[in-house]
Design a protein around this ligand. Structure first.
Ligand code: NAD
Ligand code: UGA
Length: 460
């Protein structure tokens, strides 16, 4: 069957895979190919064991794969055959040279641009799907359009706003789709081609068109604002712990104000995930490079508070467990950076586990989906850490349980049974405020939650 259009996506990761699976599902008239340099990943995308866990993903991949959705390592062929190329490669924080620890590392991105140029035989639309510093499109234009073959590449910015764990839901019913381009006739034509793809399922009023710089900057700003709300509430959680105010009650009360709204006010051990920290640091770096020091310091403080909140959690465990955890068994419930994902990138659990291991605790980690990643994250610790799929077994003989991911399974456990199997006095640290603290206290636990007065059985 002939397809109306060939769409290519370079980068088959958390964004490229699900995003393209959704486009293929909603647009049977297009052929969608996703390519990657990682052979193992592509093999997994073509198997029944997909490389990422995301509710609903298996189903939509199964429905389109082999019909109009293809996963391949043939990058050259993919580029040759396509009219529209989405680029969804990773843009991590730079670890070397100028801007190390802050700036985005654009080497994968630039390599992709050069490959597009090398393997293209005709003009194409190139879509920035990765999160990029504002004005990257200008660099892309320079690389791509300085060619001797007479080809013209239009750069369109279409940042992705999906959150992991709800990717399929977010892609199917997005709050908005943002598409930016140059405001030239050619730029607007390219932008409309991308709009046309989304119109297959997204209502017109949810598709925003803008200039390319606004689109690039809106993505960084959206992540900075979301993370800022979490750091704001987390900063207040520390004050709650000193004053017997309850952070969940405060969040509920302020969230009822329609100007503030209730979302992203859940106090926690800190935000994790591959993007919030890297995108804010990138924003900080860009501001600095334009001499906007005040703006840079303002956003940097969002990351500072998050680091502080994670460290504070470990400190709190230590001080409440009589200032030593050496030789004590501590069960960590949840290692993923949030529920419903196996992703552990920048997970607060990494910092907490490291902090406890540095104090010579015996750490047992349990998680329904993230144990393999947890093993990789903690591979430098040759001893002191074990991994256990069953939370009851993880907690057996432990001095403390620390809940670090808000998995539903942890709400439903029999904590009476857990308490009985633990060393007394038994401690429970709820880094996500998901458990019934009063009930746990009545069961016998000493309970420490985020932004709440501790519930202790000790009189002194
Ligand atoms: P990822 O690491 O999961 O996937 C990126 C993929 O690109 C990898 O599989 C890698 O092998 C591949 N790649 C790198 N260079 C390549 C090349 N030259 N040719 C072919 N493939 C190449 O990353 P991700 O989480 O999907 O993120 C991708 C981008 O999307 C980032 O800029 C990120 O900030 C942004 N983003 C991520 C999320 C998220 O939830 N993870 C959400 C929105 C936006
Ligand atoms: C986030 C954004 O929500 C997406 O819109 C964006 O596309 C994505 O980053 C990205 O650019 O990568 P994600 O990191 O997948 O998505 O997950 P979130 O649900 O935003 O959670 C991030 C972290 O904040 C998690 O550790 C979560 O537990 C924590 N969080 C979230 C809180 O501690 N409190 C809250 O109220 C909300």
């Amino acid at each position: 069957m002939g397809f109306e259009k060939n769409i290519l996506c370079i980068g088959a990761g958390y964004v490229g895979g699900p995003t393209m699976a959704m486009i293929a599902r909603k647009c049977p008239q297009y052929k969608v190919t996703v390519v990657d340099i990682d052979k193992e990943k592509i093999k997994a995308w073509n198997s029944s064991n997909l490389p990422i866990f995301e509710p609903g993903l298996d189903e939509i991949v199964k429905k389109s794969r082999g019909k109009n959705l293809y996963f391949s390592t043939e990058i050259e062929k993919g580029i040759e055959e396509s009219q529209i190329i989405f680029v969804s490669v990773n843009t991590p924080t730079k670890t070397f040279g100028q801007g190390a620890g802050r700036a985005a590392d654009l080497q994968y991105w630039e390599k992709t641009a050069r490959e597009i140029l090398a393997y293209s035989g005709s003009s194409k639309v190139v879509v920035e799907k990765s999160t990029l510093p504002v004005r990257t499109a200008s660099a892309m234009e320079r690389i791509l359009n300085e060619n001797s073959k007479g080809m013209r590449f239009e750069i369109v910015s279409n940042p992705e706003f999906l959150a992991e764990g709800t990717a399929i839901k977010d892609l199917e019913n997005p709050d908005r789709v943002l598409i930016g381009s140059r405001e030239t006739p050619e730029g607007i034509k390219a932008r409309k081609e991308v709009v046309e793809i989304y119109l297959n399922w997204v209502p017109k009023e949810k598709i925003i068109e803008s200039n390319v710089w606004s689109s690039e900057l809106s993505k960084l700003t959206a992540n900075a604002f979301l993370a800022q709300r979490i750091s704001s509430i987390n900063s207040i959680s520390a004050l709650c712990e000193k004053t017997e105010a309850d952070i969940d009650e405060v969040a509920f009360a302020i969230g009822m104000d329609s100007r503030i709204g209730p979302k992203y006010l859940k106090s926690s051990v800190g935000f994790g995930g591959s993007c919030f920290k890297k995108d804010i640091l990138n924003l900080v770096y860009i501001c600095e490079s334009y001499g906007l020091d005040k703006t840079a310091r303002y956003w940097e403080s969002v990351v500072d508070i998050n680091d502080w909140q994670q460290n504070r959690f470990v400190q709190n465990m230590l001080s409440n467990m009589f200032n030593t955890v050496a030789g004590k068994k501590i069960a960590i419930f949840g290692f993923a950076f949030k529920a419903n994902t196996g992703d552990t990138r920048e997970s607060p659990a990494i910092r907490v586990a490291q902090g406890l291991l540095d104090e010579h605790a015996e750490v047992v980690i349990t998680d329904p989906k993230a144990l393999e990643n947890a093993k990789k994250d903690l591979k430098q610790f040759k001893q002191g850490v074990t991994f256990e799929a069953n939370p009851y077994k993880a907690a057996k003989g432990a001095h403390a349980v620390a809940v670090l991911t808000e998995w539903d399974v942890y709400r439903a456990l029999d904590y009476r049974r857990i308490f009985k199997s633990m060393v007394q006095p038994a401690f429970l640290f709820d880094g996500r405020n998901i458990l019934d603290h009063k009930k746990l206290f009545e069961t016998g636990f000493n309970v420490f939650a985020i932004g709440k007065a501790p519930l202790k059985h000790f009189r002194y």
